[in-house]
Write a protein that binds this ligand. Structure first.
Ligand SMILES: Cc1cc2nc3c(=O)[nH]c(=O)nc-3n(C[C@H](O)[C@H](O)[C@H](O)COP(=O)(O)OP(=O)(O)OC[C@H]3O[C@@H](n4cnc5c(N)ncnc54)[C@H](O)[C@@H]3O)c2cc1C
Length: 537
């Protein structure tokens, strides 16, 4: 069964050894005892307090309202685990086809309700949370629309209903010998519609592309009518409206179908570990690979601190000791940075790529250690978030934030973002653990992904205040460096206040008028993108 107040299936547990806990306590202090715990019974009682009659097909049970109340942001966890700011939608609908989508939109219009479209509920920026206001809010959960509708092997395209989840995409494509290859860390639960609506990016985007590269066309059901965009290979016919749907975050209507660019299953795939003596060399290597157009499928570059934490929490002290001895003998010591390189494709091409990447790594003092760490990364690629459950149970909160910016700014940005988080926590008398990796390398720059781990405070209110201060200070640091407020998580409600800095006042007005044109009555007014009172920051 899926956890109601955390990540993933209840049966999947990720243990934290006593050595790991001692390490974290050493870095942050011992966790505070006696945390507030909201039981499921109490949460259901709260959800059951308001009854909404709705229209035919609306489920207003406490169970449905609780399970669709929040996404996966830190503030969402604080709401679900400790009751902080927990609010519920009035009901949930589960359309099985476009006919039912239309029926529910009509029901909402007549009932004066708002619709929040819900994919997998994996948003980390408040996308699907109940917007403020008096109007009843009904969640439209797309989970029953998960079918593969057609495959065109010749043109390498596949048409799906938009509620399809990551694993079901690949399971339905694989009998055709095809793969889409979009693997965000939330892959197990996130949906195609959610990826398109939030401009998502997968771990192997260097090979398979971001969602913008994969999304060829589709169908959108708006409050005013329907729009279909044909899946053309390219077009110079006016503006590209796919780009408007992408990032629309549920404000313009329901994406009911999407035609995706897919490809033949790769002949081979492997992930390799390379250690560099220092961050500068690792960064130089990654940039060189990408700017030389060497066709790797992934580069993930951990900072010295992230490398330290990864090895320390790996739970294999003997192997790690041997590895460190070997690295030290090769001149890679305290400041070492781990880079995971993915190679994917036809066997002959991968062989050639491996040789080219090997040469570039050696030129920067990199030590190639084979596939053991790469295999471990692949095995756990979707399991990292499960640790969040365990950490919380032991009194630690963890959150991540991300941006992208040109290479010339990256090093300074990492230092500034980490310092902003540490300083904000220090104002609360707290020491936190902060580390960063770079991923999603482009020709001109890359994504910066920072993790921060901290003690839950004595009360939910104090925890929220500290988290909010850290997130706000780090967001301001990102903006001061002219980075994007989001490379992959989107805007939702939590980043809305920062969007204007990237789009300009005029850009915000253009976007607002497009949304108003698609939805003049505000049927889909979910509070995303445009700054409003409901942002938690
Ligand atoms: C542990 C974890 C790891 C993550 N890793 C990544 C990552 O590696 N890369 C990445 O890109 N993101 C990542 N995310 C963020 C999140 O998974 C993405 O934002 C994802 O695209 C959301 O998809 P979803 O189906 O869950 O959408 P939801 O969270 O349900 O909704 C997100 C938004 O999309 C809209 N929407 C959903 N479906 C439709 C539809 N059919 N039509 C119109 N609008 C729709 C909703 O209204 C909402 O505004 C991660 C999240 C978590 C919790």
């Amino acid at each position: 069964m899926k956890r109601w107040n955390g990540w993933g299936e209840e049966a999947t547990q990720k243990a934290l050894s006593s050595e790991s806990m001692a390490l974290l306590s050493g870095l942050t202090g011992n966790p505070h005892e006696g945390q507030v715990i909201l039981s499921k019974e109490e949460a259901l009682k709260r959800a059951g307090e308001k009854v909404f009659s709705g229209w035919e097909g609306v489920d207003s049970s406490a169970e449905a309202r609780l399970s669709h109340a929040r996404g996966q942001s830190f503030a969402d966890w604080l709401a679900l685990r400790q009751g902080h700011g927990l609010r519920f939608p009035e009901g949930v609908v589960y359309p099985k086809d476009e006919g039912e989508i239309r029926k529910h939109l009509e029901g909402a219009r007549r009932g004066g309700a708002r619709i929040v479209v819900y994919g997998g509920g994996t948003s980390v920026v408040g996308h699907i949370n109940r917007p403020a206001g008096e109007k009843p809010v009904v969640i439209m959960d797309m989970q029953r629309m998960g079918r593969l509708l057609s495959v065109d092997r010749t043109s390498q395209m596949a048409r799906f209903e938009a509620g399809v989840r990551g694993p079901d995409i690949e399971a339905q494509l694989s009998p055709h010998g095809m793969i889409m290859g979009h693997f965000p860390q939330s892959y197990e639960y996130a949906t195609l519609g959610g990826w398109v609506a939030t401009r998502s990016s997968g771990q192997q985007s260097l090979y398979y592309g971001r969602i913008e590269d994969l999304f060829a066309g589709g169908r959108l059901i708006t409050a005013e009518g329907e729009m279909e965009l044909p899946p053309l290979p390219a077009s110079s016919a006016g503006m590209d409206l796919r780009q408007v749907w992408m990032g629309s975050e549920g404000l313009m209507g329901v994406i009911s179908e999407a035609t995706m660019r897919v490809r033949a299953l790769p002949e081979v795939e492997s992930f390799h570990g390379v250690f560099f003596p220092r961050w500068e060399q690792a960064e130089e290597f990654a940039r060189e690979v990408v700017q030389s157009r060497v066709p790797v499928s992934m580069i993930r570059l951990s900072s010295g601190k992230e490398t330290f934490v990864t090895l320390a929490l790996a739970g294999k002290p003997t192997q790690i000791r041997w590895l460190e001895r070997y690295l030290s003998w090769r001149g890679v010591r305290e400041e070492k940075c781990l880079v995971i390189v993915g190679l994917t494709g036809k066997a002959a091409q991968v062989k050639q790529t491996r040789a080219m990447v090997g040469r570039l790594a050696s030129a920067q003092g990199g030590v190639w250690i084979g596939q053991s760490l790469g295999r471990a990364w692949k095995k756990n690629r979707f399991h990292g978030p499960y640790l969040r459950n365990t950490l919380w149970d032991h009194g630690w909160g963890v959150d991540t934030l991300e941006t992208a910016m040109p290479y010339a700014q990256v090093r300074a940005a990492v230092a500034k973002i980490e310092a902003a988080l540490e300083e904000a926590a220090a104002a609360f008398g707290e020491k936190i653990l902060v580390y960063t990796h770079l991923s999603h390398f482009y020709i001109t720059g890359c994504a910066i992904y920072t993790t921060y781990l901290f003690r839950l405070q004595r009360t939910p209110e104090e925890t929220f205040a500290m988290w909010k201060a850290m997130k706000s200070k780090a967001s301001e640091a990102i903006l001061s460096l002219r980075g994007t407020i989001s490379h992959q998580h989107g805007v939702g409600k939590d980043h809305a206040a920062y969007l204007g800095a990237e789009k300009s006042a005029m850009g915000m007005e253009w976007m607002r008028s497009m949304v108003e044109k698609a939805d003049p009555e505000g049927l889909f007014a979910n509070g995303n993108l445009f700054p409003a009172v409901e942002s938690v920051l």
